[in-house]
Ligand binder design. Structure first.
Ligand code: AMP
Length: 287
């Protein structure tokens, strides 16, 4: 049976998901943007474009083998799934937010009967049940932030990333229920049947993410500074050192460095007398 993978068809998780799949070498063909599903050329993987919210269910019932969605969606679905890779994007948290002018400052201040607007009714119910609070869940499909203003609810449980939307709507975050990012997710059953295929996809996508977090750095450095240069790149195997034709005082080094340390690395190399410093992106990093 063809292996099936579900990815978000639109919304916040869509663009980066597609970018990761393409960079990891899945060939979606020319017209994937207009189709509900495509078969990746040469790989016998069907990619289905569906709502991020529906993906946990499709995996749980075995309609698809693998998916990409937010941990918030998995949490709300209530299904026990198997997260196989954190994708390091779509970071957000599901939080309780209250109108600034209310006198609620902690969950303890929330009274029984309080109306909570949310698109995450299941996690929200479980959370308030665990706190012994008997709240009324008002299930909305979006724009929860507006609900206290128009009198539909007293408070909300909604996704927050920067907090700017809450601020605009004069809401205050008081507690986090779930922290979330996009993940690659499957089920125990799909994993048993297809572990080799799943791990191939996981490893390809992981190699893209790992590569994006690294840069390839090349420089010509004074031989006398090699001990100092070794100290500059701790934790790695150390730079590859190569002779430069006609030079005895300088050698070339090549090294993979963390992208977030590149600023410091280049400055320090320059101070050690390095010349011709080049940094390059890496496409895939397979250890
Ligand atoms: P969509 O509703 O299709 O745009 O997808 C929303 C998903 O994007 C959520 O379930 C989260 O996993 C993720 N996300 C990341 N940051 C945010 C945010 N600030 N607001 C809403 N969703 C976010």
């Amino acid at each position: 049976m063809t292996f099936k993978m579900a990815v978000p068809n639109k919304g916040r998780l869509h663009d980066r998901t597609i970018e990761l799949l393409l960079k990891s070498g899945l060939d979606l063909g020319e017209d994937w943007g207009r189709r509900l599903y495509v078969t990746a050329k040469n790989q016998d993987i069907e990619i289905l474009f569906v709502r991020a919210q529906d993906i946990p269910r499709f995996i749980a019932i075995g309609s698809v083998d693998l998916g990409i969605t937010g941990q918030d969606q998995i949490a709300d679905s209530g299904f026990v799934l198997k997260e196989v890779l954190e994708l390091e994007f779509g970071h957000c948290r599901l939080s309780v937010a209250v109108p600034e002018q209310s006198n609620i400052r902690t969950v303890d201040d929330i009274k029984d009967g309080c109306r909570v607007a949310t698109s995450f009714p299941n996690v929200t119910k479980r959370f308030f049940d665990s706190k012994g609070k008997n709240v009324e869940i008002v299930n909305v499909s979006g724009a929860a932030e507006i609900m206290p203003y128009i009198g539909v609810s007293d408070i909300i449980v909604d996704l927050v990333s920067s907090g700017a939307t809450l601020k605009t709507n004069r809401l205050m975050e008081i507690e986090t229920l779930v922290t979330s990012q996009a993940v690659m997710v499957t089920s125990e059953k799909a994993m048993e049947a297809n572990s080799a295929r799943i791990m191939d996809i996981v490893n390809s996508v992981k190699s893209v993410i790992d590569a994006e977090n690294k840069k390839y750095l090349m420089a010509d450095v004074p031989v006398s500074q090699l001990p100092e240069i070794d100290k500059l790149f701790p934790g790695l195997a150390g730079p590859t050192v190569m002779n430069i034709s006609g030079r005895t005082d300088m050698v070339a080094i090549h090294v993979v460095v963390d992208s977030n340390t590149i600023f410091d690395s280049v400055n320090k190399l320059q101070k050690l007398g390095a010349k011709g410093i080049l940094t390059l992106p890496i496409e895939r990093l397979v250890p």
